[in-house]
Design a protein around this ligand. Sequence first.
Ligand code: FES
Length: 170
Amino acid sequence: MTTQAQKERSFSDVKDILERYDYNPSNVIPILQAAQDQYRYLPEDVMLYISTALGIPPARVYGVATFYSQFSTEPKGKYVIQICDGTACHVDGSVPLNHAAEEHLGVDEDNPTTDDMLFTLERVACLGACSMAPLILVGGEFYGHMNPEKLRELVDEIRSREGRNRDAEH
Ligand code: FES
């Protein structure tokens, strides 16, 4: 549940983004990109705020957000694991990698995000580094020549690092 304080903080973050782009409706795409970088997805109330602030219909903002595949209107985990399923990676084992990831994370295609919001699993087209096949991208970093065991180790390492981080915050 979103608290009032969180909403106020959200909108002050959105205001900063809008100011950076001069509240110019022709900058709606970079504005949505910056908002997504901030929240890891585009919450509905943030899109509504942006449409009001830019003086454009909400339908136009939703239209942009749903048209471009780089935008997500669903919450994503802190770490997005993208498994390349381009031809080279497919031939070199992206399917077993995907199965291992689904099993280890407890997610599937319909529910790609873990309950603790730490991971989201996605399959993507060629990431452009086929010589490293099979390749995955995790939190913006490439991991080449992956296999199911290395993928499980990577997930466990992130989980344990985040566990320590969470403990350190308290
Ligand atoms: S097919 Fe995976 S990087 Fe090209």
